[in-house]
Design a protein around this ligand. Sequence first.
Ligand SMILES: [Zn+2]
Length: 69
Amino acid sequence: MDEADIASNYQQREMDTLLSHHQKKQTLTVQDSADCCEECGFDIPSERQVAVPGCSLCIQCAIRLEQTS
Ligand SMILES: [Zn+2]
């Protein structure tokens, strides 16, 4: 195996990693959403669980963390 092969193998791995991350994101469903907020522990409204599959924060905490980060 020469250097070019190693480089293309590496790129292929990078692509696979990116792809699997992307697919993981796409396959998140309402079931992946948390019932309660990880930050404050309040219930996350089902509308938000549906709107943001895989969410783990209530809208207030999501906004707050976005603003402070
Ligand atoms: Zn919260």
